[in-house]
Design a binder for this molecule. Structure first.
Ligand code: ADP
Length: 687
C-alpha cells in the first residue's frame, strides 16, 4: 500500500508569496468562474468562448461593395497583387487540405466511439462493433486491396515538398479491425489533476516525456477525471494547433534577474492562455516578451536563454497561477527536473498561503539529467536557494566544500514529493540496485525514498498510434486486414529511393541520436543489416548525429538499401513504423522506451537490448513462450547485437508465415494507457 509521507509543515515562509492582489486582469472572482467552468461542465461558457474566438468573421455589406480605387491600380502593382493573391490561394489550399485530413481522422475516431457505445448498448459482439467503423464491410479482400491501392498518391522523386508532409491518399479508408477496446470505466469521485511538464505530444515534443504526458492526461480524462497540463508557451507551438485558445489572465511572478553581475529580485509579468492541444486541456505560461526571452525558440530546448532559470521561473509561475486563480487541484503531478522546483516551492511557500490542497507526485522519466543549480541562480524562482541548501532538502552532496555549493532539483523534488515514480519497474529496480541513479543511488536506498518510490510502465496513446485509422499512412491495416502494411512498405521504399522489394526485411530505427540510445550499435546495425541482405531506414537527430549526417551524405547517399534522414519528423515516423518489419532499440539504458511499443502496435517485431523498460515490454520469441513478441540481446557489444539481428533476418526470410502470424499477434497486444492510468489514479488517491 502507498504510504503517507507528510512534509515538515511549519517551515517559515521565505519570503512571503505574492498575494492574490497581484492578479492584474481580469478580477479574481471572474477567474474563479472560468477556472472551474469545465468542472461544472458549463457548455454555455465554452459556446460563448467559441463564437467569440473562433467564429467566422462577419462580412459587412460595405466590405462586399466594389471599391472604385481598384480601377486605379497601376499595371505593375496589379501584377504583383495577382501573384500575391495566387500564393495566398496556394497557402489556403494547403491549410484546407490539412484541415480536411484532420476532420476525416476525427470522423473516423467518432465513428469508432459510436460503434463502441452501440456495442455496449445493443449487446452485439466485438467483431460486429468493429465492423461498424470499417469502410470495408461487405467487400471481398481483393476489392479492399484494390480500393486501398487506388487511393494512394505514390511518391515521386520530382515532388517539391517531402512526400511525408502531404496527404498520402486522395481519400482516407479505415480498414477497421484491431482489438476491440471497450471504453474505460468511469471512476467515482473524479480528481482534479494538474501536470507540470516541459513537453507535450505532438506539438511540443522532443521525446517520450511528451508522449507520456499527453497519453496519461488523456487516459485519466477518459476515466472521468479533470486533467490540466501546465506547459511553457514555447513560441514554436503553432497557434493553429491550440483549440479554443483564450487569454486566461495576466499576473506578476516573483523572479530574479541579472543586474550588474549579480541576481536581484523583481517581478515578471506573465500571461496564461488556456485551450486544448491534441485532446488535452492546456494552460500555457508566457512571460511578457517585452521583458523576457524565456521560451522564445524555433524548437523545444533550442532557445537562446538559460534553461535552468527559465524552468525555475516556470515552476514559480505555475504555482502563482494556481494560487491567483484559486485552483485547488487534488494532485500536482511534476515531470522531470524542469518541473521539480515546484515541489520545493509548493511546500515551503504556497502550501501555507492558500494553495493548500494538492499532494505532490514526481515522475522521473530519466535519471540522466537531474538539474543542477547554483544557490543564487535559484533566485530565478523568486527565492534564494540557501533556504534549500541542506542535505535533507536539495543540497547536492557532491558539491559540499566547493565554492559555491550547489542544489540539485531532482533530489529536492524526490525529498519534497509525496510519491515518486519512474517509468518502468525494471528502471526503478536499477535505480535502487544498479547504476541507473548514479550518485543518487544511496538516496534511493534510504527508507524515506524507498517507501514512496515505484515503477509504473508507460503506455502509448493508442488513438495517436492506430494503424487501422492512421490518416498519415498510404494504407491503413490491422490484424484482421494486414495487407495495407505491405503497401506502406512499398510506399516508403519508393519515397526514400530504396529498391522496391517486399522480400527484403526492412529494419528501422527512430531515435534521438545520443549516447544513451546506443549509437555505436545503431551505426553497426546499418552495416550489418545491409550485409545480411536487408534494408535499413534511420530517422533520428540529436547532439551526437554528426557521424550519421556524414554517412548519409557520403556512403549511403542515394543508396538502394539504406536511407538515413537526420531530422525530426512526426509524420515520417508514422510512415516508418508502418513500413517496418524490425525496429531496433539497442539502448545503453532505457527508462521505459516507447518506440518498441509503437513497433508492436504497428505489427513490427522490436529488437532490443535488455535494459530498463525494454526488458519489461519485449520478450524474445525464442524464450518468451506465449509472451514472445520480438528479439532481445544482453551485451553492449556488436557481437551480441549481431546474433539477435541474424536470428531476426533468418526468421523473416525463412519463415514468412510465422512472421505474418507474429506480426498480427503484435498488432493485437495491449500497449495502451488504461491499466497504467488506473495505477496512477490509485497512487493519486493514496498520497
Ligand atoms: P526518449 O524519450 O528517450 O527519446 P522514447 O522511446 O521514450 O525515447 O520516446 C521517443 C519518442 O520520440 C517516440 O515517440 C519516437 O517515435 C519519437 N522520436 C524520436 N526520434 C524521432 C525523430 N527523429 N522523428 C520523429 N519522432 C522521433
Amino acid at each position: 500500500p502507498v504510504q503517507h509521507t507528510r512534509l515538515p509543515a511549519n517551515t517559515p515562509l521565505y519570503p512571503s508569496p505574492s498575494r492574490r492582489g497581484t492578479l492584474r486582469s481580469p478580477q479574481p472572482p471572474r477567474r474563479r468562474a472560468t477556472a472551474m467552468a469545465p468542472l461544472l461542465s458549463s457548455t454555455h461558457n465554452s459556446a460563448v468562448a467559441l463564437s467569440r474566438h473562433s467564429g467566422p468573421k462577419q462580412l459587412s455589406t460595405r466590405s462586399l461593395a466594389p471599391r472604385r480605387s481598384r480601377c486605379h491600380v497601376v499595371p505593375r502593382r496589379a501584377a504583383r497583387m495577382a501573384v500575391q493573391a495566387e500564393s495566398q490561394v496556394q497557402v489556403d489550399e494547403a491549410a484546407l487540405a490539412e484541415e480536411l485530413r484532420l476532420m476525416r481522422a476525427e470522423n473516423l475516431k467518432l465513428r469508432s466511439k459510436l460503434a463502441a457505445i452501440q456495442a455496449r448498448r445493443e449487446g452485439i459482439s466485438e467483431a460486429e462493433a468493429v465492423a461498424r467503423v470499417s469502410d470495408i464491410a461487405g467487400l471481398s479482400e481483393a476489392e479492399v486491396l484494390r480500393k486501398l491501392e487506388a487511393g494512394i498518391v505514390w511518391p515521386k522523386p520530382s515532388e517539391p515538398t517531402p512526400f511525408w508532409d502531404r496527404s498520402p491518399r486522395t481519400m482516407e479508408l479505415a480498414v477497421g479491425g484491431g482489438k476491440y477496446v471497450p471504453p474505460p470505466p468511469q471512476d467515482q469521485n473524479p480528481l482534479h489533476i494538474v501536470h507540470l511538464a516541459a513537453e507535450l505530444a505532438p506539438f511540443a515534443k522532443v521525446g517520450g516525456l511528451a508522449d507520456v504526458v499527453t497519453g496519461l492526461a488523456k487516459a485519466c480524462g477518459e476515466r472521468g477525471h479533470y486533467v490540466e497540463v501546465i506547459l511553457p508557451y514555447y513560441t514554436c507551438i503553432p497557434d493553429s494547433v491550440i483549440e479554443n485558445k483564450k487569454h486566461e489572465c495576466e499576473f506578476t511572478v516573483p523572479k530574479g534577474y541579472h543586474w550588474d553581475g549579480e541576481m536581484r529580485l523583481g517581478n515578471q509579468i506573465t500571461h496564461v492562455y488556456s485551450g486544448r492541444i491534441a485532446g488535452v486541456n492546456v494552460l500555457l505560461l508566457q512571460p511578457d516578451h517585452s521583458t523576457s526571452n524565456f521560451f522564445v525558440c524555433d524548437r523545444i530546448y533550442g532557445g537562446g536563454y538559460n534553461e535552468v532559470e527559465a524552468y525555475l521561473y516556470f515552476c514559480r509561475a505555475a504555482l502563482e497561477f494556481l494560487n491567483v486563480t484559486q485552483r485547488q487541484p487534488a494532485v500536482l503531478h511534476l515531470h522531470e527536473w524542469q518541473a521539480s522546483a515546484a515541489a520545493l516551492l509548493y511546500w515551503e511557500i504556497y502550501h501555507q498561503s492558500g494553495l493548500a490542497r494538492p499532494r505532490v507526485m514526481l515522475t522521473i522519466h530519466s535519471m540522466a539529467n537531474t538539474g543542477e543549480v547554483r544557490q543564487d541562480e535559484f533566485l530565478a524562482a523568486g527565492v534564494h536557494g540557501d533556504m534549500f541548501a541542506t542535505i535533507e532538502k536539495a543540497l547536492d552532496e557532491r558539491t559540499i566544500g566547493h565554492n559555491p555549493e550547489r542544489l540539485n532539483m531532482l533530489k529536492g523534488a524526490i525529498n519534497y514529493s509525496n510519491w515518486v515514480t519512474t517509468v518502468s519497474p525494471s528502471y526503478a529496480a536499477e535505480a535502487i540496485q544498479g547504476g541507473a541513479a548514479g550518485w543518487l543511488r544511496e538516496h534511493f536506498n534510504t527508507d524515506m525514498v524507498r517507501n514512496k518510490f515505484s515503477g509504473v510502465l508507460n503506455g502509448i496513446d493508442t488513438e495517436e498510434w492506430d494503424p487501422s485509422m492512421d490518416g498519415m499512412l498510404p494504407a491503413t491495416f490491422s490484424a484482421e486486414f494486414p495487407a495495407g502494411k505491405a503497401l506502406c512498405k512499398k510506399y516508403l521504399q519508393q519515397g526514400l529511393g530504396l529498391k522496391v522489394d517486399a522480400a527484403k526485411p526492412l529494419v528501422v530505427c527512430v531515435s534521438r541520436l545520443v549516447p544513451q540510445k546506443g549509437i555505436h550499435l545503431i551505426k553497426h546495425s546499418i552495416f550489418r543489416t545491409q550485409k545480411l541482405g536487408g534494408q535499413f531506414v534511420l530517422l533520428g537527430s540529436g547532439h551526437a548525429d554528426g557521424d550519421f549526417r556524414h554517412l548519409a551524405e557520403t556512403e549511403f547517399k542515394d543508396h538502394p538499401d539504406v536511407a538515413m534522414r537526420i531530422m525530426y519528423s512526426e509524420r515520417l515516423a508514422h510512415l516508418v513504423y508502418a513500413a517496418a518489419d524490425i525496429v531496433v532499440v539497442p539502448s545503453m539504458f532505457e527508462p521505459c522506451g516507447l518506440t518498441q511499443l509503437i513497433a508492436i502496435r504497428y505489427g513490427a517485431l522490436p529488437l532490443v537490448r535488455r535494459t530498463g523498460g525494454l526488458g519489461d515490454t519485449v520478450f524474445d520469441v525464442d524464450a518468451g513462450g506465449e509472451k514472445g513478441n520480438g528479439f532481445v540481446f544482453d551485451g553492449a557489444d556488436e557481437g551480441s547485437m549481431d546474433s539477435a539481428l541474424e536470428r531476426a533476418v533468418k526468421y523473416y526470410v525463412d519463415k514468412p508465415e510465422w512472421w505474418a502470424e507474429q506480426s498480427k499477434k503484435n498488432m493485437l497486444a495491449d500497449c495502451g494507457w488504461q491499466s497504467s492510468a488506473a495505477e496512477y489514479i490509485n497512487i493519486y488517491r493514496n498520497i
